[in-house]
Design a binder for this molecule. Sequence first.
Ligand code: SAH
Length: 213
Amino acid sequence: MHDTYKHKGLRQQLVTLLKNKGITNDAVLNAIGKIPRHLFMDSGFLDHAYQDKAFPIAADQTISQPYTVAFQTELMEVNRGDKVLEIGTGSGYQTAVLCELGAKIYTIERQQELFKITSKFLPKLGYRAKKFIFGDGYKGWVEQAPYKSIIVTAGAPFVPKPLLAQLEIGGRLVIPVGENVQIMTLFVRTGLKAFEKTEFDEFRFVPLLEDKN
Ligand code: SAH
């Protein structure tokens, strides 16, 4: 797997662009500056890898736009050692960013093809999630709850209750909510039954799909 000075240069330009768009968290910017995003997509799309754009991957899904990844990760406020749940592993790019931040990651993907590809691919780059789960993210992953933060990387028509329930007190859920267009939404659990909700800009994601079974 090939990472060259050309790729490194393009990545630095991407980092500068993200800073100009308002991303300030250095750890997040460093992670994006380090991760070879071109290896997460088909080699034919090399020219696109360091543009600030989403891109098609297997199973009709997309690798999220770098700005979206940065924005969501910044909202999670990840510290080293945090236990984090990710819904929608996809290409694994967001997972790699969370690995760089030192999180302990539990990641769920409902497309079998992507689950297989990505759970093999990420360790080859040295990125190890605590657990790759093939399943339905609407349910979260109660076995390891509570989580310090939860990120949903697909558009959720509503906020799944289990995800709120699986946050620790002080924990953060970052979720794009809406059907055609999504409002980036942050929930902070302030008490056993208390949540503080903040809404941000609009984004566009592939849909968070309900279980096939
Ligand atoms: N973070 C990923 C985003 C991939 S797109 C990346 O940047 O590559 C969103 C992903 O969510 C897709 O892979 C899709 O298959 C997955 N997904 C959709 N509904 C899901 C569900 N109910 N549970 C888990 N994953 C789901």
